[in-house]
Design a protein around this ligand. Structure first.
Ligand SMILES: NC(=O)c1ccc[n+]([C@@H]2O[C@H](COP(=O)([O-])OP(=O)(O)OC[C@H]3O[C@@H](n4cnc5c(N)ncnc54)[C@H](OP(=O)(O)O)[C@@H]3O)[C@@H](O)[C@H]2O)c1
Length: 339
């Protein structure tokens, strides 16, 4: 089968940073599905894992944690999916990624692909939708069925036009919340407004001052999708007493949790690979939530976040997509379709 792998961790301009290779088609066992991949999407995690370092691999390493495709074989313990099912998923950071024609994935973290979307449109979603869903409805414990109660609550989404922000805005609106998204450019401001953001402020300015300008003193929830170090102080200033902050990005400098003490505010992490990495007992929740996302898409409640589509899936195209994601200012998701 065709695959795209690396042996060395090199700058993306180097043709050896990601190479076209041929590998044997894997055989599924246990709870694994063998999926024939139609489309993938590129995330910042792909770029972070590939970042230049003095490490070499003995066997080619495949990156990629988003795919949409068709089940072609199943392991002996599979109960959820069968051959022929159309699926979408992010996979596990501890296993080979989705830059290959055929791919093994545990069925407990796989969802039924939305029928209303193409494979390319579907591949834009899994990693970011799992992240946004877990952050809001599990870590921050927002109840999406309490739409009336949620209307009284405000969420600040820092990094609104990115891959995660683009689906988080839609999920927050679906749950009934008042959404304030951050965006810093004309294109990203209109992108977040189109996705449903009620208010938009700029993440390069003071959160407190800009919220005051739109007569908002405090917010009930904050989702930090970018630059924790820069936003930590500002988040502490605008979180409501007893409010909750969830971050998906690590801090590089030490952070002072005492900032939240007098407000009894909660801080919580979200890492969407936790369940697959630690094989938690509730791994199946990712299957269930991806199915919920599919239903919401098919019901017209959510839309794809795909904003750029490239083809075919090969080393040259993936290198091009990595270079774009490395800029840190892409809007929505970049998808690559067809081997
Ligand atoms: N923990 C997890 O499970 C998890 C899951 C997914 C992603 N992540 C991480 O979360 C981050 C975001 O992922 P993503 O896919 O949404 O990224 P992305 O698509 O690359 O985000 C791009 C967006 O970031 C915005 N941005 C740039 N600088 C910013 C700043 N200082 N403050 C706020 N926003 C800023 C830009 O908006 P403007 O152009 O308007 O400035 C741009 O639209 C990445 O670091 C990723 O690795 C973590």
């Amino acid at each position: 089968m065709k695959a795209i792998g690396l042996l060395k961790y090199l700058p993306i301009e180097n043709e050896e940073s990601l190479m076209d290779i041929e590998l044997k088609k894997p055989v599924p066992q246990g709870k694994d599905l063998l999926v024939q991949i139609n489309a993938i999407s590129i995330n910042p995690v792909d770029v972070k894992v590939r970042s230049p370092k003095a490490l070499t691999e003995k066997e080619p390493r495949m990156l990629g944690w988003d795919a949409s495709g068709v089940v072609v074989e199943v392991g002996e313990d599979c109960k959820v999916f069968k051959v022929g099912d159309e699926v979408y998923y992010a996979g596990s950071i501890t296993r080979p990624g989705t830059y290959s024609e055929y791919h093994l994935v545990d069925e407990r973290i796989v969802g039924k692909k939305p029928t209303a979307l193409t494979h390319a449109e579907s591949a834009a979603l899994p990693l970011t939708a799992i992240t946004a869903w877990e952050a809001m409805f599990e870590r921050l414990a927002i109840d999406p069925t309490n739409k009336e109660g949620n209307q009284l609550k405000k969420v600040l989404i820092i990094g609104g036009a990115g891959g995660v922000g683009s689906i988080a805005i839609q999920l927050a609106k679906w749950a009934g919340l008042h959404v304030i998204a951050t965006a810093s450019r004309e294109e990203t401001i209109s992108w977040v407004r189109n996705l449903g953001a009620d208010d938009v402020i700029n993440h390069h300015g003071s959160l407190k001052e800009q919220l005051a300008q739109i007569h908002i003193e405090q917010v009930d929830y904050i989702l930090c999708f970018n630059n924790m170090d820069h936003h930590w102080k500002g988040m502490g200033e605008v979180i409501r007493p007893q409010g909750k902050i969830c971050s998906i990005v690590e801090n590089k400098e030490p952070i002072d949790l005492n900032v939240l003490k007098s407000k009894s505010a909660t801080f919580v992490w979200e890492f969407m690979f936790t369940r697959s990495m630690y094989q938690t007992e509730d791994m199946i929740n990712q299957h269930l939530l991806l199915n919920e996302i599919s239903k919401l898409i098919d019901a017209g409640e959510l839309k794809t976040t795909m904003n750029k589509k490239l083809s075919p899936i090969n080393a040259a195209t993936i290198r091009k997509a990595h270079a774009l994601v490395e800029t840190g200012n892409t809007i929505g998701k970049i998808v690559i379709e067809n081997f």
